[in-house]
Design a binder for this molecule. Structure first.
Ligand code: ADP
Ligand code: MG
Length: 326
């Protein structure tokens, strides 16, 4: 199979690209470049991620997991900007043409893309050590993108969903945590197939001031908001949200550490001004938004954790220093 046959066979997701779906795709895979229509009044939001075999995932990982996780993690950056997913490109470096791997990879990629209504519009295919570069593109109404730089003292800090599941899954995979089968299934699916928080981002658009997706643990990622907004934050660890499954199989201290410093949850952390807090709390009370108030933005430049009123000591090399984590 030559390069062109390979692209035609595996990466020409043509059924998705029909004018009726209003995809904005004027020209997709197959020409020198794609041509895209940007909707009126919208701004283009772009992000790119590269995943290298045996650096970011085991080279022998199942291709469906690799594809789904790669696209989901990449799309999470669009959700964290408040953008709607529209298009993506795929630069794929392959050691050879393994038809089974390509079949499974491309099918899972197509399924994940369809689920989030994101269309493959081009890419590049080369030979070499396995690596996957995904560039995602989305749209956001002009001036409405969430940034990391607008948090102010007095704002409330929220997170969506539950924290710590992915770090617990990693402990399970490394044989450091023994769990019941149902909890195991749940934790691993949270790790391998993170749900991109587009729905939640849509609900907080126009209300939240800043947002970030939690890929490196709450302290580090809230730290990025603090650094770029030139503020500090306090987190009440008793408010951290945990799944029932995680509570079944961990001590409070363990899950607290996973939530604060473990990565890969891909929930959103966002800040809301005191005046707009009511709007978020109404949605969480009615059940239309799963989010938890976990702290406040303060003056200063540190992320500090409290248990009720007691400041937590830097038990693991210092939570307080994480706000400077790059
Ligand atoms: P060029 O030589 O002009 O760069 P390529 O042979 O790299 O063209 O690609 C031909 C077409 O196939 C282009 O439209 C490109 O966007 C698309 N393409 C190449 N590789 C991929 C891929 N892995 N996934 C999706 N589209 C791809
Ligand atoms: Mg090319």
């Amino acid at each position: 199979m030559n390069e062109f046959e390979l692209i035609e066979k595996y990466f020409s997701f043509k059924p998705e690209v029909t004018p009726a779906l209003d995809t904005g795709v004027v020209l997709g895979v197959g020409d020198d470049a794609c041509v895209l229509n940007i909707s009126q009044g919208q701004q283009l939001v772009v992000s790119v991620d590269t995943l290298i075999a045996d650096v970011h995932f085991p080279a022998d990982a199942p291709a469906d997991r690799v594809a789904t996780r790669a696209l989901s993690v990449c799309l999470s950056d669009l959700a964290a900007m408040g953008a709607k997913a529209k298009w993506f490109t795929l630069a794929l470096t392959l050691p050879g043409t393994n038809a089974v791997w390509l079949e499974v990879f491309s099918r899972s990629l197509a399924q994940t893309a369809a689920r989030y209504r994101c269309h493959l519009v081009g890419g590049d295919t080369t030979r070499g050590p396995l690596s996957i570069t995904l560039q995602v593109m989305g749209e956001v109404r002009a001036e409405e993108a969430f940034t990391r730089s607008r948090a102010e003292p007095g704002d409330s800090v929220y997170v969506t969903g539950c924290l710590g599941d992915a770090a617990a899954a990693l402990a399970v995979l490394q044989d450091k945590l023994r769990v019941a089968e149902t909890d195991r299934q749940y934790l691993l699916s949270r790790y391998y197939f993170p749900e991109v928080r587009f729905a939640e981002a849509g609900k907080i658009r126009g209300i939240a001031k800043t947002a970030i997706d939690i890929s490196d643990g709450l302290i580090a990622d809230l730290g990025h908001i603090c650094k770029q907004s030139q503020v500090g934050a306090i987190v009440d660890v008793t408010c951290l949200p945990y799944s029932e499954n995680l509570q079944n199989c961990s001590t409070e201290k363990q899950r607290e550490d996973w939530a604060l410093t473990g990565g890969d949850d891909y929930e959103l952390c966002f800040t809301v001004s005191a005046e707009k807090r009511k709007l978020i709390d109404e949605m969480t009370l009615s059940g239309s938004l799963q989010a938890m108030a976990i702290g406040k933005i303060t003056q200063g430049d540190k992320v500090q954790c409290y248990r009720q009123d007691q400041l937590l000591e830097n038990s693991r090399g210092g939570y307080m220093h994480f706000c400077n984590a790059e």
